[in-house]
Structure formats: C-alpha cells, structure tokens
Design a protein around this ligand. Structure first.
Ligand code: AMP
Length: 436
C-alpha cells in the first residue's frame, strides 16, 4: 500500500481499494484534490482524461458516503453528471470497483439516454446512494418520480466543458435547482478546458472553490509525442494501412484509435481497413448501445486492432494501454484535439498522436497548433508524397467590412476541413453527424 495515498486522509478500506487497483501513488490531480475534497471544499479542477481524475473525485465521494449515515430507503447522496453514456458507464464502474472493500455496500445507478428507461427505473427501486447520469435522462427519471435529488449533498460535474458542448446547459440548470443549495452542497467541477461558458458555470455553482490547475504548470507533462504527416486527402486510408502495417515509429501499433469527422467515415474507413485484413471496428453515436459496447469490449480485449470513431462516441473512453491516436480527419477545435490526444499516454504511459494534414486542412491545423502553443514539423512518408495544392481562397466568403475574428477563422478552417473530410456523405447525414 502506498505511503503517499495513506497521507491523503482516506480510510483503510479505500486505501485497500486503491492498492487492489495497483495504484502505487496518487497522480498529481489526486494528491491535490482528495485532501481538499475530504475537507469539504468545492473544487475547480483542470484535468485531462488520463490524469486519474475519476479516482480523484470517486475516492473522496466514497469516503464521505462511508462517513455519513445511510437511511432506509436509500437516498441519493452523491450525483455525478457526465456528458456521455460511455463516460457514465466508466465512472459508475470505477465507483463500484473502489467501493468494494467498504463495510456498507454502495448502490450505484447509472442513467443515460438512448436506451429504454424501464431497466433504469427498476435499478432505482429502493434508491441508490450514488447516481452517475447524463442530465437529460436524469431529469426524465426525476419527472417519473424514480428518484429525488434533495439529499444529494455532493455534486460532481465531470468533463464540464463537454457537458456544455453537448448542449446540456438548460438541463444542468434544472438539475441543480433540484439539489440542496450551494451552501449546503459540495460541488466538484472537472474540465479539460475553461472557455467562458465553463467559467460562468463555475461561478454560478461553486462556493469559494479551490482551483487546481495542474495542466498549465505540470512539472511532468504527459508523454505524448505529436506528429503531423502531410498527405493527400485520398491517400489517407492507404497511409493509415501503411503505418499500421509497418508499425511505424517506435511504438506498438497493436491498438490504434482513429478519429474521423463523420459517422459515415467511421464505417467507410473501418470497412476499408477490414478489407485490407486489419481487424477494425466503427464506433459512432448511431450504433446501438449493444454494438458500441461490443466494439469497445473487442478493442479493449485486443480482438479489434483499430477503432475508428467520432469525437462524441470516443469521449471518455478509458483504455489502459492506448499507444497511438490518429487524427484521420482533424478535430474541429483545439479543445477537441486535447480530448482526442488525451486518450493516449494515460496514467504515465507514453503515447503517440498522429495528425494527417492535407493541403485543405493545413490552415486549420495551424490554428490548432497555435492554440496549443506548438508548431510541429510537417513530415512526409515515402510513397505518400502530397500532390494537392494548398487552398488559398476563402470558399465560405468573408463578411465585407469586418475583420475576421478568431472564431470566424476557426469556423472557416473547420468548413474547409469538413469539405475535405472523406468521403462526402449525403448532406443530411453530415449535418447530423457533426455532433455524433
Ligand atoms: P482517468 O483520468 O480517470 O480517466 O484515469 C486514467 C487511468 O489511470 C485509468 O485507467 C485509471 O485506472 C488509472 N489510474 C487512476 N489513478 C491512478 C494511479 N494513482 N496510479 C495509476 N493509475 C491510475
């Protein structure tokens, strides 16, 4: 058992839980967040996926539950809000696993939309101590009187930036109105990025929060190597096949997460890889929950080598060893890029993030680099030398008399990137899958 974990204020059963997980010492976010949360402070934590942030809030949450009195029937005492069902699944699983050694069993309910509500209603019978939920389905279940939130004195917002990106702002406000008031509640907010909307949310929800900002002054930045490969749009799948075949570079290409822009592209690219004899699966929002789970399970178990996913579908995926992430299509924003490359180099492992940059997406990639304060050397792989000419004109047309804002530029670059995204699906599909 780690001496360092033992200094954070956790009780013996939770120290055992941590040891059973094989966590030797707390990650920086855990070392900062756990003692403060145990003292009842609100937290505003900047934390990337892969930093150990889940345990950073689950451990104090469980410690507090184990210290408080349980009533019959059970009352929901802690609520974790997450943007996606995958993340809900993963957080709920972490709560269950870490709660195992506790004397009193902890009942966890995992609630998310897109599946039948009935099993979730059943799961809430007799109450749940901890609820992990996406906001929409949670409200739905509250309206059906399946649970109440008046006793939920601990609120965690996980991936708050994503919650807002996913359009959950109204639902969030409605959920918060059902909870004990700010003064009677402890709120822990975790986010990879802090755009103004997240800052406003933090001001509205938190009371005198401790700000934990490890991302900027991290003494030990995650060991992610980023590479930018120049390639023609039509050559990206052959290049991907080549990289996989060669196990290019010095890292294991046995588990590769490939990001594309649209649902259509996930299927298309996965299909092409399969036809080349590579075990590949597509992960996107329109696949059934069962199919998504299966794809993830196959990927985790190594039955599938390449998972081709959209941003939303891949959000929060927790895979212990994921050495390589490929931006087949560039992310729409620098924030998305941070989330994507956060999939690799988890918990101290080295990772490689490769971006395919085409003539049409070069300008967009430059903006992403700028946001990261980074400039990568453009590499060309032998046999895949680009021939496309850079796009100089502005196809979206600027607004006359007005200087382009950063947002305008990002939008234009994203439009260019989308236009270049392979291969063009029907317009309706593309519009819908922009958020898939
Ligand atoms: P997260 O940032 O919560 O998604 O966690 C990323 C990964 O790190 C998960 O697979 C955790 O199981 C693992 N992890 C969390 N805390 C630790 C720790 N203290 N030591 C080693 N691994 C950890």
């Amino acid at each position: 058992m780690s001496a360092l974990f033992a200094t954070l204020g956790l009780s013996e059963p939770l120290l055992r839980a941590v040891a059973e997980q094989g966590y030797a010492s707390p990650t920086p976010i855990q070392a900062a967040a756990i003692p403060a949360a145990l003292q009842g402070r609100d937290l505003l934590a900047s934390a990337q996926t892969g930093s150990g942030k889940t345990a950073a809030f689950v451990l104090p949450l469980l410690e507090q539950l184990s210290r408080s009195v349980r009533r019959t029937p059970r009352r929901t005492r802690a609520l974790v809000l997450v943007p996606t069902r995958e993340l809900a699944d993963q957080v709920a699983e972490t709560v269950r696993t870490l709660a195992e050694p506790l004397a009193e069993p902890v009942k966890v309910a995992c609630l998310f939309g897109g599946v039948s509500v009935n099993p979730q209603m059943m799961a809430l019978r007799g109450g749940a101590d901890v609820v992990v939920a996406t906001p929409g389905r949670l409200l739905d279940l509250v309206e059906r009187n399946a649970l109440g939130l008046a006793w939920a004195g601990l609120l965690v917002l996980d991936e708050a930036d994503r919650l807002l990106d996913a359009g959950f702002e109204d639902e969030l406000q409605r959920v918060v109105a059902l909870l004990p008031q700010r003064q009677q509640r402890q709120t822990l907010l975790f986010s990879a990025t802090f755009p103004p909307a997240v800052q406003a949310l933090a001001r509205a929800l938190l009371r005198d929060p401790l700000r934990i900002d490890l991302a900027v002054d991290a003494a030990d930045p995650p060991a992610i190597t980023q590479r930018a490969l120049q390639v023609d749009t039509a050559q990206r799948t052959p290049l991907l096949r080549h990289l996989i075949a060669q196990g290019h570079g010095d890292r294991g290409w046995d588990r590769v997460l490939v990001f594309v822009a649209t649902q259509y592209a996930t299927e298309h690219v996965a299909d092409k890889l399969r036809r080349a004899g590579i075990a590949a699966a597509a992960l996107h929002g329109e696949r059934s929950q069962g199919a998504r789970r299966q794809a993830l399970a196959d990927f985790k178990a190594g039955r599938v080598q390449v998972l081709v996913a959209t941003d939303v579908a891949a959000r929060g995926i927790d895979i212990q060893r994921l050495p390589v992430v490929v931006n087949y299509d560039l992310p729409r924003s620098a924030a998305d890029h941070v989330h994507r490359i956060g999939r690799t180099a988890r918990a101290g492992e080295a990772g490689l993030a490769i971006s395919f940059v085409t003539a049409a997406t070069e300008a967009h990639f430059r903006l992403i680099e700028k946001r990261q304060g980074l400039r990568l050397t453009r590499e060309v792989i032998g046999g895949f030398e680009p021939t496309e000419v850079p796009v100089a004109s502005d196809p979206t047309g600027g607004i006359k008399g007005r200087r382009k804002s950063k947002k305008d530029k990002l939008r234009e670059a994203a439009a260019l990137a989308a236009a270049a995204a392979s291969p063009a699906p029907a317009p309706a599909t593309r519009a819908r899958s922009a958020r898939s």
